[in-house]
Structures are given as structure tokens and as C-alpha cells.
Design a protein around this ligand. Structure first.
Ligand code: NAD
Ligand code: DAU
Length: 332
């Protein structure tokens, strides 16, 4: 049994990862989370206090980070500003948290010789044409588009430099679009589900032809745990579950599941610089570490996600009005 420091553990993917750790391992977990608008302590509230300890704080706070890293056997770093639309409106917090925050954690990990896993995104590779037969691999050149993805790319490069220059025992994973429980209602799938619950038509940016490569968040968590346990230090692993769908297909499926006409959606202004398509080739993770997704049926995963948002309105309701007010200001 060891102690894992999980940054961003009150966010969407981080909280799902902490649930998985409690269910599948014996590790003790220390969550460090600032509880920004995107973090929710309620996402962790049902977990046993003898296994999970919550610390509210900022990953840019070097003194706090040093104290927590000193007693950790490994760090799993999820904390980030994560939403592309927010990064277009105000990039500064993205530079601070994603770059300076990651730097702060790396310096503490270097000082204490702590194993480090950095959670990143496929968006660092930019986008693909709709008809491109290629998918992203670990050797695809970095070509990020937005302030969000460029700060994530910067954080990846910092991790690589700390491995090479200081011998840090680090791994990196770059994952595609996650869906599942505890995702903030600003994001595409929960926004549309909660809109339908509220009697509001889903909103598609532009023509809705952009493609995302969906993975259930529990599959992402299991992949991160696999890399933490068996990944080779210094290596990058891409995580994906062959889940490519156009945004229009996803909205139509949500509407069908929720008993509405499949075309009951609106087109709204497109996102500036909107990446066209992401697609992950996760062969390395599957062949070298033996990981495989357990939720390959996207429609079934979406049905379970719709049920979760119907059953957990007290969790998401407090976020909804503020998220929609933000979208109203940008014509989305
Ligand atoms: P999220 O926005 O839901 O959660 C982020 C969490 O980080 C929140 O709890 C927030 O309070 C916390 N946080 C933000 N700034 C902080 C700071 N300065 N100090 C401490 N905590 C801070 O994000 P998510 O969707 O769960 O993404 C988690 C990680 O996974 C991010 O690094 C993201 O880049 C990466 N990722 C996300 C996806 C996806 O589809 N959502 C896909 C691939 C990779
Ligand atoms: O690929 C991994 C990335 O996936 C992560 O790194 C990011 O943290 C995560 O937010 C996600 O980024 P996207 O920009 O792809 O996700 P988002 O949910 O914002 O949008 C998904 C797609 O849906 C995108 O093409 C924009 C579109 N969209 C989004 C919203 C909110 C709509 O058409 N309508 C909407 O209302």
C-alpha cells in the first residue's frame, strides 16, 4: 500500500480516478484541488475518509506542494484548466495552472525523487482532416491550436525535459474526449443532456461535422492506473477507445435516448479555430501494457450517462445557470 497524491481529484476525470483507486487498489489517496468553478467536493463525498484525504489548495503554491509531495509515493497530475471555450475568453489561468502549476509539481517531484504521471490530451497534436486515414500516435508532431491545448503541450514538454535533464521518473498519457459521470455541464455531452432535461434544444457549433474520439472515463482511469503500475519511465502512451463520432451524431443519439426527435437541435456560432477531428491509435498501450477498453459500446455508455444526469440533478444543477450565462455571452 502506498500514498498517491492526485491533483485535480475533485474534477471530472480526477474524481472518477479516485473512485477507481478506492475500488480496485489498497492505496491511500491525498487529493489536492483548488475547487475552481470546475471542481466539486461532492464528487468525492461518498468515499471513505480512511482512504481519501482532501486538501483544498493550488498546485502553484510551492510550499504546500512540497509538503504534500514529501509524504507521497507517487503523483498523478490531473489538475488543469480544461475547457477550450474558456481559454479563448481568458487564457491567463490556463498559463498559470497548466504551465506554472505543472512546473511547481515537477520541481517538488525532482526534489523528493517522486514517481510522476502526467495526464494530458490528444489536442496537443492539433487536428486531422475528416477523410485522413491516419490517427494520432506517440510520434505525431505537436501542433496545438487553442490556448488550452498549447498550455497542455507546454506542460508535456516540461515533463519530458525533467525526465531527460534531471532523471525524473515520469510517464505521460494523452487521451481523447472523455464522457461519463461527474463531468461539468459546460462540456458538450452533459450540456446537451441537461439542456434536454430543461426543455432546451441542444446546441451544435457550426455544422456539427467535427469529430471527437469518445472514451468512457472509467476506461481512461484504468489506463492511467495501468501506466502508473507498468509503464516505462520516460514513455508517452496514447489512450483511446476507437470511439470516433461527429458531434451531430452524438446529439442525435442523445435526443433519441431521451425520447425526443433526433433533429430537435439548433446550430449556433462556431468555435474560433475549432479543431476538425481527433483520432487516437492506442496500439502501444494495448500491446505493451495489455490495456483494453471495457466500455466499447458508446451508445450503452451514453444511456448510462443520461441516467446518471437524470438521477443526480442536485450534483449538476448549481453549475447550470452560470455555464449557460457564459455561453450566452459568446453566442453559443
Ligand atoms: P476538470 O476541469 O473537470 O477538472 C479540473 C480539476 O482541477 C478541478 O477539480 C479544478 O478545481 C482543479 N484545478 C484547476 N486549477 C487548479 C489549481 N491551480 N490547483 C489545484 N487544482 C486545480 O477537468 P477534466 O476534464 O477532469 O480533466 C482532467 C485532466 O485530464 C486535465 O489535465 C485535462 O487536460 C486532461 N484531459 C481531459 C480530457 C477530457 O475529455 N475531459 C481528455 C484528455 C485529457
Ligand atoms: O480531446 C480531449 C479534450 O476533449 C480535452 O483535452 C478537453 O479538456 C476536453 O474539454 C475536450 O475538449 P473539446 O473541446 O473537444 O470538448 P468540448 O466538450 O468542449 O466539445 C466537444 C465538441 O463539441 C467540440 O467539437 C465542440 C462541440 N460543442 C461543444 C459544446 C459545449 C458543440 O457543438 N456544442 C456545445 O454546446
Amino acid at each position: 500500500m502506498s500514498t498517491l497524491l492526485v491533483t485535480g481529484g475533485a474534477g471530472f476525470i480526477g474524481s472518477n480516478f479516485v473512485h477507481l483507486l478506492v475500488e480496485r487498489t489498497e492505496h491511500r489517496v491525498v487529493v489536492l484541488d483548488k475547487l475552481t468553478y470546475a471542481g466539486s467536493y461532492a464528487s468525492l463525498a461518498d468515499l471513505p475518509p480512511d482512504r481519501v484525504c482532501f486538501v483544498r489548495g493550488d498546485i502553484c503554491d510551492a510550499s504546500l506542494v512540497n509538503d504534500l509531495v514529501a509524504v507521497a509515493d507517487a503523483i498523478v497530475h490531473f489538475a488543469a484548466e480544461s475547457h477550450n471555450d474558456n481559454s479563448l475568453a481568458n487564457p491567463r489561468p490556463f498559463v498559470e495552472t497548466n504551465i506554472v502549476g505543472t512546473y511547481t509539481l515537477l520541481e517538488a517531484a525532482r526534489k523528493h525523487g517522486t514517481r510522476f504521471h502526467h495526464v494530458s490530451t490528444d489536442e496537443v497534436y492539433g487536428d486531422l482532416e475528416l477523410d485522413d486515414p491516419e490517427r494520432f500516435t506517440e510520434t505525431t508532431p505537436y501542433h496545438p491550436s487553442s490556448p488550452y491545448s498549447s498550455t497542455k503541450a507546454g506542460s508535456d514538454l516540461l515533463v519530458r525535459a525533467w525526465v531527460r535533464s534531471f532523471g525524473l521518473r515520469a510517464t505521460i498519457s494523452n487521451c481523447s474526449n472523455n464522457y461519463g459521470p461527474y463531468q461539468h455541464v459546460e462540456k458538450f455531452i452533459p450540456r446537451q443532456i441537461t439542456n434536454v432535461i430543461d426543455g432546451v434544444r441542444p446546441r451544435l457549433y457550426g455544422r456539427g461535422l467535427n469529430v471527437r474520439d469518445w472514451i468512457h472515463t472509467e476506461d481512461h482511469s484504468a489506463a492511467v492506473l495501468t501506466i502508473l503500475e507498468r509503464g516505462a519511465v520516460g514513455e508517452t502512451y496514447l489512450i483511446g477507445a476507437d470511439g470516433e463520432r461527429s458531434n451531430r451524431d452524438v446529439v442525435r443519439t442523445i435526443l433519441e435516448i431521451m425520447g425526443e426527435p433526433a433533429d430537435a437541435y439548433e446550430h449556433v456560432a462556431d468555435r474560433p479555430g475549432h479543431d476538425l477531428r481527433y483520432a487516437i491509435d492506442s496500439t502501444k498501450l494495448r500491446t505493451e501494457l495489455g490495456w483494453a477498453p471495457q466500455y466499447p459500446d458508446f451508445r450503452a455508455g451514453l444511456e448510462a450517462t443520461v441516467r446518471w444526469y437524470r438521477d443526480n440533478e442536485p450534483w449538476w444543477r448549481p453549475q447550470k445557470a452560470a455555464a449557460e450565462a457564459k455561453y450566452a455571452r459568446t453566442g453559443h
